[in-house]
Design a protein around this ligand. Structure first.
Ligand code: FE2
Ligand code: FE2
Length: 275
């Protein structure tokens, strides 16, 4: 996928919006981790607060950028803090899976948010380099990443809803199964189309993924609104509900760009086999 907008300066285009999106996401991850630590883990709480403040400051500074040079310097500057928050998340995950700390952070949630930090770090690398060598590999790996994350979100929602909300729990589990299947299909395409050209199967797959993602986006939106107006009981903070909704919207944007890229890439005419 071409991550640069043609004829538009990088700081004015999608790249800036993406960087701002991820800075906010990193800031909110720090808050979610902090809220999930046991109150006796004061050092971890303090470190999460430091990350929160650091990413909040970057978010603010990003609004003052007014030229490409400043944008690229800003991208260089945030590479290390993004790597640091990734390392912090992996450290917390290690403490959780070895039962050295308690609290209320699911290990899979910490793993999930560490993957998002790594995704952001890779995106910054792509912005610095400006090119994507194998567009199809990039398209499929984006699908693998996001489909896994949509499935994780559905599992988290099912696990954090009050068990009395049976219909919602069931619906969330159905989404999890659907996205896990789509993720497996994306992984198959990943190896089948490695270093290759888009085929009609990939085109059809992208349409299926877009339809499923639109549905989970609508489900998350309904859940966010119900949680915010206290019409559903759960352990999901309104900010977390909004956070996963924004990530589904981001994935839909990625899918829109993939669609544009696929339209631009030449697809060789399909030969009809003589059966
Ligand atoms: Fe996230
Ligand atoms: Fe996520």
């Amino acid at each position: 996928m071409d991550i640069f907008c043609p004829h538009v300066k990088p700081y004015e285009c999608l790249n800036m919006k993406r960087v701002q999106f991820w800075l906010r996401i990193m800031k909110e991850h720090s808050l979610f981790m902090k809220l999930g630590f046991a109150c006796s883990d004061t050092d971890l709480i303090r470190q999460a607060e430091c990350f929160y403040n650091e990413f909040a400051a970057f978010e603010e500074q990003s609004h003052d950028i007014c030229c490409d040079e400043e944008f690229m310097a800003f991208v260089d500057r945030i590479m290390v803090p993004v790597k640091n928050i990734f390392a912090f998340k992996r450290h917390v995950l290690h403490l959780l899976v070895t039962c050295e700390i308690g609290g209320y952070n699911y290990p899979l949630l910490i793993d999930h948010i560490s993957r998002e930090a790594m995704y952001f770090h890779k995106l910054l690398g792509k912005i610095q380099n400006g090119t994507t060598k194998h567009p199809v590999d990039s398209i499929v790996s984006d699908n693998v990443f996001w489909l896994r994350h949509m499935a994780d979100h559905a599992r988290f929602i099912a696990g954090l809803l009050d068990p009395s909300e049976r219909d919602f729990v069931e619906k969330a589990n159905e989404f999890a199964v659907q996205f896990e299947k789509l993720q497996l299909q994306a992984r198959d395409l990943d190896s089948m189309l490695w270093h290759s050209c888009p085929n009609n199967d990939l085109n059809r797959f992208e349409k299926d993924v877009t339809a499923a993602t639109t549905k989970i986006r609508d489900f998350k939106k309904a859940a966010r609104d119900l949680i915010a107006s206290c019409k559903v009981v759960s352990l999901i903070p309104p900010l977390l509900a909004d956070h996963v909704l924004r990530e589904a919207e981001y994935f839909l944007q990625v899918l829109e760009e993939i669609q544009q890229d696929l339209t631009c890439m030449a697809v060789s005419p399909v030969k009809t086999a003589d059966f």
